[in-house]
Design a protein around this ligand. Sequence first.
Ligand code: 13P
Length: 250
Amino acid sequence: MRIPIIAGNWKMNKTPSEAKALIEELKPLVKDAEATVVVCVPAVDIAVAAQAAEGSNIHVGAQNVHFKESGAFTGELSAAMLKEAGAEYVIIGHSERRTYFGETDETVNQRVLAAVNAGLIPIICVGERREQREAGYTNALVTYQTMIALTGLTDDQIRNVVIAYEPVWAIGTGLTATDEQANETIGVIRKAIENRYGKNVAADVRIQYGGSMNPKNVKGLMAQKEIDGGLIGGASLKAPDFSAVVNYQN
Ligand code: 13P
């Protein structure tokens, strides 16, 4: 049985003091969650967030990681740095990084390998743009993105990664994939993993939906059999909204 995982992606929001305040507000609201709860915060917030979350069921994640262990990469952060600061998870290959920062499937794969080797759990984002869906490429594209991202991992390492299916046209737009659309595409991703790595591995991988997920639509999405959680942007910035998503079963 896969344990659901609800992760907030704060994107470029919240200073360290604001991060501490939001986590303090969240702690009592999410303490009985049946899902794994993660907040992926700006890098400078990680240490403060981890300290605030200590002893609670809130896990802290980063939003990107460099693929090298160390060296002359001005402005970048290694997996070991993020881990020591208190991150347990890291978002990799978010569409905003692919669109604005030249992220490719190959660099996503390198970052995934670096994260896993350092003991971080990657949340690997895949998803199609609107014109790609309209042209009928969604299944081929998410399959390709997923297969490249997982290249070089062992079966056991793959069991432990999280994949987030985020249709780009649904991010920050208020448009959500229908429950059935999200379930179908996540099923395609799971099938691709099964075809290459076998049924047992595919059955263990947690695959989230992301894109305008909120307290209103979470229940319907989470009722779908392939959907194991959510990666939440806007609705993760306010404690009442994020906790309502986390506690979708109530
Ligand atoms: P929104 O929930 O704001 O649409 O963002 C989704 C997202 O990009 C999460 O990574």
